[in-house]
Ligand binder design. Sequence first.
Ligand code: F3S
Length: 77
Amino acid sequence: AKYTWVDKETCIACGACGASAPDIYDYDDEGLAEVIYGGDGNTGTTEIPEELYDDLQDALDGCPTDSIKVSDQPFNK
Ligand code: F3S
């Protein structure tokens, strides 16, 4: 299983993640990314389905500030 969230403290609103994985990431009013998949609310507790793993990996690899966090366990922040 895979889970993800965005660290908005380090996100610079570059927009790469939403382009790579539009079903997983969207942007708030300031352009900072957040996880919207399944109504996750950027909590990192919603399981990402396998068909989105390629998009997830692209977003992870493409973020210039390493703000995208991915784990095989739900996050507990
Ligand atoms: Fe922010 Fe990285 Fe996405 S800087 S907009 S989390 S690609």
